[in-house]
Design a protein around this ligand. Sequence first.
Ligand code: NDP
Length: 334
Amino acid sequence: MTQPSDVQVRALVLTQSEDKQVTATLRDDLTVNDLPEGEVLVSVEASSLNYKDGLAVLGRPGVVRKYPMVPGIDLAGSVIGSSDTRFKMGDAVLLTGWGVGEGHWGGYATHARVKADWLTQRPAGMDARKAMALGTAGFTAMMAVMALEDHGLTPDMGEVVVTGASGGVGSVAVALLAQAGWTVVASTGRTGEEDYLKALGAHEIVPRSLLSDLKRPLEKERFAAGIDSVGGTTLAGLLAATKRAGAVAACGLAQSAELHTSVMPFILRGVALLGIDSVMCPPERRERAWARLNSDAPQVLFQEGVHEYPLSEVQTLAEQILAGQVRGRTVIIP
Ligand code: NDP
């Protein structure tokens, strides 16, 4: 199947000036000929807003590797052209990671041309909007849950804490863990989100300071497990308060990329720090995680924690997510 060449494309395009200023422009004068090389042409039905997209759109260093760039680190849609036999016209697909929206044009566009190896078939019954209501953040949360399970942790071992709980990764993690039977403690800096987090299944809401104020190498043992999306002093405090043989899945840096801690939790309590990388996750594990999301993500997540916006709102939303003001998940409709 060849790829059509005369299809019009609308996209948010980032450009960088000589003095390194990044500008985002909504363009509707492009065609698929302007898209980068790739075996599969996808009609994008939805993308989403992740913390990394906020960094990219506002021109913060460390995300976009070349300009011009179409941001959007994830997308879901239908195949409308493919030179790879694994994909045919009409296939329902999704994509997260692989450097899309960073080094290769991403999901903030009506169309994307991508490598066949990067695409995942959407699970049966999961439409594009639902896939992106979960998106990179939801996929990362599921990878973190799977990492805790693979480590042998089960709900009967005690409480699990989720940091950055009102954010994208945090919200999905709270809902997935509660659904799996865990007693979930939600750590948040937003006092106004208590009802939301309880609706997702949180048992108790604690302020951010509960963990970030812990300064000793070993604190009173409390949590059997943790999913951390903020890093910094919060992750250091969480490690010190994790019970013997427990584990913490670390996936983010919303507070800080730094981690100043001691080896004491590791060598005296056998605590494990499990790193989560959703970008280069191998295909088989991706498929497993998306199948789990399809069967396990509770309905309340989609009712309470998801909002949809057009491409024209992305700039404003980028500012809000970096300010920690976005609740749950934001779907972008191109
Ligand atoms: P969100 O902005 O939606 O969530 C982050 C949350 O962190 C906020 O909602 C807020 O939650 C909390 N937070 C924000 N600022 C601070 C602060 N200064 N101190 C403490 N807590 C803070 O982002 P995402 O959920 O999309 O991403 C979360 C993190 O995970 C990001 O760092 C992102 O880069 C990373 N990530 C990593 C992936 C991987 O593959 N490892 C994949 C996806 C995301 P609250 O108000 O409830 O405290």
